[in-house]
Design a protein around this ligand. Structure first.
Ligand code: G3I
Length: 359
């Protein structure tokens, strides 16, 4: 079903894409062009187009990339929201117990402020990229509670008024919907999630608090677990405001067809949703057909968010293949982002534009 629909849509859109390429290049056709004139006009950015829908369109970035001028020029212009890829994680912000270092996160916040972009905080509680002092010893429950509370509250306080949302707990569930056996779960039990949300809320009552995970784009055991937990937390009055769906997709695993329904069922719980780390990888080498399918997925993902009122925005996990995390983590895969390694726009970029313009 999907292949047939996809193929027809892809053909139609290839024709459309050519026109869009001309438009994006600033070449406007019409009477003036017929008279042999070309007019160069400024095209709206993805951010400007998303704002017409009351959404943001963002990108992750990382500190080492901020010295790359052609890169930062696009990062500062095309997006209205930034997520630090690593700079706000525990290993970076509390490298020694009780010694906080916010320089990396601050650098990204400063970049964002200079470009009128808002910042998603990522992430306070995660089993990965923890400092050695935390993972290298055993903790009693009361010790770890104190350590966790201090970490969360110090960081949230530091960024109060500077980030609009936090991924408070990241990747708390396994694929089958059971709790992931992290240092926090093992030592504190499942209540660490509600506690973390409450502590974050105490430190900044205005910031939106999210749970964030991958492979929860479709309806299934893992997203069901979030739905159940979110419902419970809301019923208990725990300050949870949103669910972040990372959306690290891969062409070889198929499109999450139930994404829109899934976003909608979280909205019905009174929660915001966001697509927080979108990328769409493929087996290399990339070719025209794969890039066309990828473009279609980017369009579908964008349209799904626009279709659901409480889906507040889309963030891609960096915008260029030059700085994508994929090749280092998945051998033989890549080409996951809408700009290529030379910072040239790919069909995916035009597909996102089209989705933002047409809806
Ligand atoms: O900081 C060291 C540097 O000193 C060293 O020279 C270099 C050599 O490889 O490694 C650097 O650390 C790397 C770090 O990124 C900073 O660049 C780590 O090796 C590398 O593993 C780490 O990868 C990050 C990954 O999270 C870790 O799981 C990616 O950049 C980051 O994009 C990725 O982001 C995660 C989200 O936080 C949560 N969701 C999944 C997503 C993708 O994995």
């Amino acid at each position: 079903m999907r292949t047939t629909r996809s193929t027809i849509r892809t053909r139609l859109r290839l024709a459309g894409a050519f026109a869009t390429v001309l438009m994006a290049a600033g070449v406007v056709t019409g009477p003036a062009a017929q008279a042999g004139e070309e007019r160069h006009v400024k095209q709206p950015t993805l951010a400007e187009l998303a704002q017409r829908h009351g959404r943001y369109f963002g990108s992750a970035t990382d500190n080492p990339e901020l010295t790359d001028r052609p890169y930062t020029e696009i990062l500062g212009r095309e997006f209205d929201q930034i997520t630090p890829g690593n700079g706000m994680k525990w290993y970076a912000t509390e490298p020694e117990q009780g010694v906080f270092d916010f320089s990396k996160g601050d650098e990204i916040v400063n970049f964002a402020r200079a470009h009128h972009q808002k910042v998603r905080g990522h992430t306070l509680v995660w089993h990965s990229q923890l400092p050695d002092w935390l993972t290298g010893r055993e903790w009693t429950a009361s010790e770890l509670r104190a350590v966790l509370k201090k970490h969360i509250q110090t960081e949230v306080r530091h960024y109060r008024g500077k980030v609009f949302a936090w991924d408070v707990v990241n990747e708390a569930f396994n694929e089958d919907g059971t709790y992931r056996e992290t240092i926090f779960y093992r030592t504190l039990g499942p209540g660490y999630i509600a506690d973390s949300l409450r502590w974050a809320h105490e430190a900044d009552p205005r910031v939106k608090l999210y749970l964030n995970d991958y492979n929860i784009e479709a309806v299934g055991p893992k997203s069901d677990a979030y739905h159940r937990l979110a419902k419970e937390l809301r019923a208990q009055g725990v300050p949870l405001h949103g669910i972040g769906m990372q959306a690290h997709l891969a062409l070889q695993y198929g499109y999450p067809d139930t994404l829109e329904d899934n976003l909608r069922r979280f909205s019905r719980l009174g929660l915001d949703t966001a697509l927080t780390e979108v990328d769409i990888r493929m087996e290399l080498p990339a070719d025209e057909a794969k890039l066309a399918t990828q473009a279609e997925w980017y369009r579908d993902v964008t349209e799904a968010c626009l279709a659901v009122r409480r889906c507040v925005g889309v963030t891609i996990w960096d915008y260029t293949d030059k700085y994508s995390w994929i090749p280092a983590f998945f051998e033989g895969e890549g080409a996951a982002l809408p700009w290529d390694e030379e910072l040239r726009r790919k069909p995916a970029y035009y597909a996102i534009r089209e989705a933002l313009i047409r809806r």
